[in-house]
Design a protein around this ligand. Sequence first.
Ligand code: AHM
Ligand code: MG
Length: 297
Amino acid sequence: MATKDVNTASSARDVRTIDEVVEVIATTAPEIRTGLPSRRVAAEDQNPSGETQMAADIWADELLCERIGALEGVGEYASEERPESIDVGNGPLSVALDPLDGSSNLKPNNTVGTIFAVYDAPLPAHGRDIVAAGYVLYGPVMTMIVARDGSVDEHIIYDDASYELVREDISLPENGSVYGFGGRVPDWTDEFEAFAREVEQDDSRKLRYGGSMIGDVNQILTYGGIFSYPALESAPEGKLRVQFEGYPIGYVLETAGGASSDGTKSLLDVDKDELHARTPVYIGNSDLVAKLEAALE
Ligand code: AHM
Ligand code: MG
């Protein structure tokens, strides 16, 4: 469940490559945001998870693939939008992206994000191989969260592609005050529904669910609480993907002193060897995630 026992980069070369990946993610973000207005339409294709892709998903993936793939220290690139990982060089690190998380939010103009994970292993990699992870949140302000070297930092990204560190070593606030749970309520398991009702009983907590994991997770990082896209009766593995969503968000939350779980163990300990495998996702304050695990037992 909770640890601060996260992996970090060991060589100077890997540290430099992570710096470069973060730089690409930050400097490409304003361009992605500028390109969204004309790409809020469904594309003809489906992604490997069988979901309709938006034109913006495909475009953001291609743009980021080209730039991340050009970095010398990166050997493999994969994303939620392409079936296989691709070789992009001889570097030892792999980068896995959800180029536009929550892209169904483009139509109603709600929050979307870009999630990244850097693995010190070939893809599909294991959660314990992550050496850095984070995300860009395209909200009223563009912010970037980066977890690496045991610290979670927040940056503001400006329209001219410059970015500024605004918060260092973020810790999840205690006494979390927000919660957000995905999936249809009638599709929740009885155990999860009972847990959700218990969470709601505390009148200091408010429901916050926006349909973009990154927007919802950033609320948890700001106010504390619990987010989940749970195991469903119709989908015991939930919806979110291990490599592109589960591991990176688990890494961010655990580095911030919170907890992550697939229902029984840390997301970072999930063993799935298929690139687009899914997992239930539960993240937030350690006490709430411990209660959740007890409720699902
Ligand atoms: P996506 O990466 O294809 O956008 O799908 C992931 C998103 C998450 O951001 C969010 O938590 C979830 O799907 C919302 O799903 P739903 O629309 O079923 O509530
Ligand atoms: Mg996603």
